[in-house]
Design a protein around this ligand. Structure first.
Ligand code: SF4
Length: 430
């Protein structure tokens, strides 16, 4: 193996991803200091493709909030929002963001600009109420793109189907209204050729994201779906429709292919291949992962990497010949897929089980996010009845360290691995 190439390629996605994040927050800080415009958006259907045509910097409050947890200061932000009147029961992302707004944009990674417009889909019901908070606080237009969901479990319709065509037109009308509103907010004229450029970059990201996820079917798996995957996911969302994002994903595919070709795994001793279900435990992010890697377990895929990428896992590519129509089509297919990956996690998991050589499934329902956590116990029971794959069910939170008990978790995780090891012994496998 060429040592120089190895050093240059392996780990590049993590290094470059961290740098892109720093650059992104630095530019948001600059925008905030200069009083520039920004758009607040969400990961499930950000419509970055349109916002980039108007050069609007995008702010993902979900990402800002999780960063407060990873940096171990979320409790300060949650406490501030609760003192202000928000219930301990609601989504922790909302409360951390409310505190950021109350602090005038102050955030551990920089300064977050005020929004000039907020755009969200109906993928999560919390989005709708969250957008209303910004509408009240900042007196800005808040746009809800209503994406019709899948009517039947696992039964999404596709181009050529009458229902699909009706739904696509319904989304398209809303996108055209959003474009008009962006013209009013920014004072800039819509440029369809610029949209083609952002769509082409977004295509590179979707295609790259799907390839990267697929490459983790290999043994050993080249990346951890929990830790590395969260960095890649952040870039897929924050840099959607941009040249930097396109370049990053081309290079990431190259890195993963290189690792697969040379048998370089994320762990040197991969023994148990696991699926993760739900939202990560950000208050003890590194330690949570170590509970599994210490036992030679690694996460090879997760429903999180599907729904929190807004359905980019489908690898949908826009048709640049008919940009707005195709954007409506892609939004419908991808956001629906994201919703299905949350509401029918059992079906998403069955698709993963078929392809990824899975030894175990870890369910992580959390207090904050009912959208993702509701029904996980039923999903688990359904899967237990259909597949001979052990699973672990551990509850905590993605933001609130008050409900994260590392010692309790460790006991459960250790017992889970004892079970996995015993199955191997009984099967005569090392
Ligand atoms: S409830 Fe869940 S899906 Fe909705 S915004 Fe909060 S974390 Fe995201």
């Amino acid at each position: 193996m060429d040592a120089k190439k190895l050093e240059e390629i392996v780990g590049r996605g993590n290094r470059d991803g961290a740098q892109l994040f720093r650059d992104w927050f630095n530019s948001l800080t600059e925008t905030a200091n200069q009083g520039g415009q920004a758009a607040y958006v969400f990961v499930m259907g950000s419509l970055n493709e349109i916002l980039k045509v108007f050069d609007l910097p995008v702010v993902f409050p979900e990402i800002n909030s999780l960063q407060t947890a990873v940096r171990r200061v979320a409790h300060e932000f949650l406490g501030e929002a609760e003192d202000y009147g928000y219930s301990p029961d609601i989504c922790g992302y909302v409360k951390a963001d409310v505190a950021v707004q109350l602090r005038g944009g102050e955030h551990p990674m920089g300064k977050i600009p005020r929004p000039s417009i907020a755009v969200h889909t109906n993928a999560c019901n919390t989005y709708v109420k969250w957008g209303e908070i910004w509408g009240r606080m900042h007196k800005i237009p808040v746009v809800v793109i209503d994406v019709p969901g899948t009517r039947v479990a696992g039964g999404q319709t596709f181009p050529g189907n009458t229902d699909f065509e009706n739904d696509r037109r319904y989304v398209e009308v809303q996108l055209r209204e959003l474009i008009k509103l962006c013209e009013q907010v920014t004072g800039k004229k819509f440029d369809i050729d610029k949209l083609r450029v952002t769509l082409a970059y977004a295509n590179d990201i979707s295609v790259g994201w799907k390839k990267v996820l697929d490459l983790n079917k290999n043994r050993p798996s080249p990346f951890s779906a929990l830790t590395d995957g969260t960095i890649y996911l952040g870039v897929a969302n924050g840099f959607r429709g941009t040249e930097e994002g396109s370049k990053y994903f081309k290079q990431l595919v190259e890195e993963m292919e290189y690792k697969v070709a040379h048998g370089i795994g994320t762990l040197t001793n991969e023994r148990y291949r696991l699926l993760f279900v739900g939202v990560p435990c950000y208050p003890i992010f590194r330690r949570f992962n170590e509970l599994f890697t210490d036992k030679e377990g690694t996460f090879i895929n997760s429903t999180y990497l599907w729904f929190a990428s807004g359905g980019a896992n489908r690898g949908f590519e826009y048709d640049l010949e008919r940009p707005i129509e195709s954007l409506a089509e892609g939004t419908l297919i991808s956001v629906r897929d994201a919703m299905d990956s949350m509401f029918y996690q059992d079906l998403a998991l069955e698709a993963m089980i078929a392809d990824y050589h899975v030894d175990g499934i870890v369910f992580h329902p959390i207090k904050s996010c009912r959208t993702v956590s509701t029904g996980l116990a039923d999903s688990r029971r359904y899967l237990l009845g259909r597949h001979d794959i052990p699973s672990l069910f551990i509850e905590s939170d993605m933001m609130d360290r008050r409900v994260v008990s590392e010692a309790q978790m460790k006991n459960r995780v250790d017992a889970f691995f004892e079970g996995l090891a015993s199955r191997r012994r009984q099967a005569g496998v090392n």
